[in-house]
Design a protein around this ligand. Sequence first.
Ligand code: FAD
Length: 104
Amino acid sequence: MADSRHRVVIVGGGFGGLYAAQHFRSEPVEVTLIDKRNFHLFQPLLYQVATGGLSPANIAAPLRAVLPDSGTSPCSSKVTDSFAAGYSGNERIPIYLLIVQPVS
Ligand SMILES: Cc1cc2nc3c(=O)[nH]c(=O)nc-3n(C[C@H](O)[C@H](O)[C@H](O)COP(=O)(O)OP(=O)(O)OC[C@H]3O[C@@H](n4cnc5c(N)ncnc54)[C@H](O)[C@@H]3O)c2cc1C
């Protein structure tokens, strides 16, 4: 059965995107979070990885694990323009709200 809730699409699974997803957690909307990577990178500890104090796995967490039971569906895809976020394959997806936060 088709989901009749409004669809919110968030581009970017960094701090900004995750906070936005958290905001919608209790709202009656369908949230899709798109990131070119399938993991969240905790950038403040990049220096520790560069200097060998931590392994890369210590600062990367799968988006599915970061967003458990949040109602947000992570989707791994590189968005090339804001209109592309409205497509899945060749199918146009109606979007109620688009949040773009792809800094890195
Ligand atoms: C080494 C380092 C140390 C830092 N230390 C601190 C600190 O101590 N305290 C502090 O407050 N801040 C710190 N920062 C800054 C902080 O990490 C950033 O301000 C924060 O990560 C920005 O969050 P964001 O969500 O805007 O972007 P990001 O965290 O960069 O997230 C952007 C996301 O968008 C995705 N993306 C990018 N382009 C596309 C695309 N075309 N399609 C799909 N997805 C895309 C990326 O994969 C990424 O997951 C540090 C940054 C660095 C690099």
